[in-house]
Structures are given as C-alpha cells and as structure tokens.
Ligand binder design. Sequence first.
Ligand SMILES: C[S@@+](CC[C@H](N)C(=O)[O-])C[C@H]1O[C@@H](n2cnc3c(N)ncnc32)[C@H](O)[C@@H]1O
Length: 193
Amino acid sequence: MISTIQQLCADSPPLFYPYVIDGLIRAVAAQRQLPRRLLEIGIGMGHGHARYHKVAAEVESLQGFPFEVWGIDNGSWVNFRAHFMQNLESIRALEREPRLLLMDSRDAGLLLAGVMFGIVFVDGDHSYELAYNDIRTYGALVPSGGIVIVHDAQPGLGPSNAIQDCADMFTASHLDDRYNPDHDVAVWYGIRK
Ligand SMILES: C[S@@+](CC[C@H](N)C(=O)[O-])C[C@H]1O[C@@H](n2cnc3c(N)ncnc32)[C@H](O)[C@@H]1O
C-alpha cells in the first residue's frame, strides 16, 4: 500500500501539486475498506475542490470566514470570487453537488464527529496552531491506512512544525519536495496508524 502511494507520487508530474493529490486520492480509492470521502480544509478559489470531485466519490470542504473576494495569487491580484463561482459551476456540470461548510475549522470538529474520511487535506490557516488543530481534529476522522495531506509543508513554516508534533498519528510519511520554489509549496502526506 505505501509503495503504491509513493509510486503514484513518484510518477506524478513534478512541480504541480494537484497531480500528486490526484494520485493519492486514487490510491486511497483503490483500498475498498477506506471511505471514498475527502475533506478539504480551506477551499480558496475552489480549484482543488472542483478537481477532487473528478477523482473522489464524495468531497466535503470547510471554508472559514472571511471568504476572500479578492486575493493575491502568484504575485497578482485575482478575483477569487469569480474563480470560485466558475469552479462551483464546473462541479455542477459533473452533476455533483458542491458541499461546503462555511465554518472556521476550529468550530467544525463537533459537527463532523462520527463522519470518516479516506483523505483529509489540510490547507486552511497556515499558522502552527491552526495547522496543528486541523491535523489533530480532522486526522482523527481518518481510519487506519487513510491519508492526511498537508499543503505548504516546506520546512520552517507553521504546517511543517505542526506535522512534526503530530508524528505519533502516522505510520509513515513522505514530503514531496519537488515544489517550485517560486510558488513556494510542498506537499506532505502521512498514513494514519
Ligand atoms: C491556500 S487557500 C486554499 C486553497 C485550496 N485548498 C486549493 O487547493 O485551491 C487557504 C484557504 O483557507 C481558508 N481558511 C483560513 N483559515 C481558515 C479556518 N480557520 N477554517 C477554514 N478555512 C480557513 C482561507 O480563507 C483560504 O481560502
């Protein structure tokens, strides 16, 4: 199982993290005992959300307030809301219903208690405290063999320090460090004990 996931990561095109995540979703979906349900924490413009609907059976997203209307992406101002609406439409075109919880991830733990996810993708607030909270709270909803993915996990940042302090939750982990330093992202995943 671990080698399958690592193989998928190795085979995915470098420098574009969504491909890595698509590979992980497929690896989890191939394991029948895991729920085919993904939780994304932090939806942003919804690019990931739209994409994951194509490869995961069920996708749930948590988006905290404030919900950005404009934001900086790759150094330029972008109308996040317009992209978000477009992505929602592309999900509906797949005849899937976007499922969004407009809540701060600090408050949604109780609401989701009892729901199990094959994959939790942590990409909300990138401070140490919130990344730690997200990994602990929502990682607990992933059964053994399922995966927690953390975005922006390059060493030195909050999420990376949080991962280290949550190491007891995982049997194995992998940092896909083929990130583009200009975009400053790295993807980490851990396999739940
Ligand atoms: C980097 S973006 C997510 C990008 C998205 N995952 C993708 O792949 O396209 C981070 C998002 O997390 C949201 N966020 C920040 N703090 C949050 C919190 N406490 N709970 C839920 N979402 C939060 C921000 O509003 C922002 O939209």
